[in-house]
Design a protein around this ligand. Sequence first.
Ligand SMILES: Nc1ncnc2c1ncn2[C@@H]1O[C@H](COP(=O)(O)OP(=O)(O)OP(=O)(O)O)[C@@H](O)[C@H]1O
Ligand SMILES: N[C@@H](CCO)C(=O)O
Length: 306
Amino acid sequence: MSKLVRVTIPASTANLGPGFDALGMALKLYSVVEMRLSDQTEIEIVGKELQGTPTDKSNLLYEIAVDLFEKAGLAAPELFIRASSDAPLTRGLGSSAAAIVGALVAANHLAGEPFTRDQLFEMAVKKEGHPDNVGASLFGGIIVATMPEAEGEQIPYITLAPPEGLKALVVIPDFALSTEKARNVLPQVYSKQDVIYNVGHSSLLVAALAQGRLDLLGQAMGDRLHQPYRAELVPGLKEILEAATRNGAVGAALSGAGPTILCLTASDSEREQLQSFVDRVMKGHGISYRMMVLEPDDHGVQVEIQ
Ligand SMILES: Nc1ncnc2c1ncn2[C@@H]1O[C@H](COP(=O)(O)OP(=O)(O)OP(=O)(O)O)[C@@H](O)[C@H]1O
Ligand SMILES: N[C@@H](CCO)C(=O)O
């Protein structure tokens, strides 16, 4: 029997406020993709988070794996795939990016490692359309990346170690919001003032994260490119963004395309105050939700061969 490749992939939170499509952070909330060459394709979905994803060859994991084999000049394989996830789908925690990264890394091993990690990053970005979630899931920590200027150019990126003691309180509403829908509400054109605002805030945010200046995150996480437009899709977002830093957070943002809301915190006692504040806001909107406190993941994707 062929070897089984087991890949563990962290979830991620993208944008961190102003860094739209450019910043992301990996979180200790994992999905697992197991893959082996087989005589016949079989896809097994384990656990409740991935229920509803296809178990035939239209499954994203299978499509990505076949694509990698073909790029490597190999025939499309038959595969055994088993997938599970502790991270929910379509909630703004990078599930599609984690799936893409997991499938690419597993398939690359089965194909004899024809591609480097940077090449896998490029393939993942091409599939996902932006580098923030895939970069975080692949490399871990905080990713700062942009799209390449021209086809075939390498993706420029830098990873930063998350500041010591920083934790993410993620507020996950019980409704799905696809990235596609949350991108469709954004305008085509922005004012000069709004663009200048985001350039300043995103730059300050990266510098503050690099120097561990948690005191600046609250201001630096301000955004005018996507959150004001997406607020209509996410009840409670506006209030939480306005008041989170007065209620125990060091900063707050919409996580990726939402509807999860990210509050960054740095102390256990402040986290309790923050949880009661979030609970009041969400209950006030009649929204059911779950909350998780997650540490940043520093390692990115992990591979075991069995
Ligand atoms: N393990 C998986 N297997 C197959 N398909 C998956 C898997 N994980 C995610 N997907 C696909 O990705 C879709 C979710 O992608 P989408 O970009 O809308 O949300 P997200 O990635 O969870 O959120 P965000 O990009 O805002 O962080 C799912 O509906 C499903 O089609
Ligand atoms: N940067 C992306 C992340 C979601 O995939 C967005 O906000 O649309």
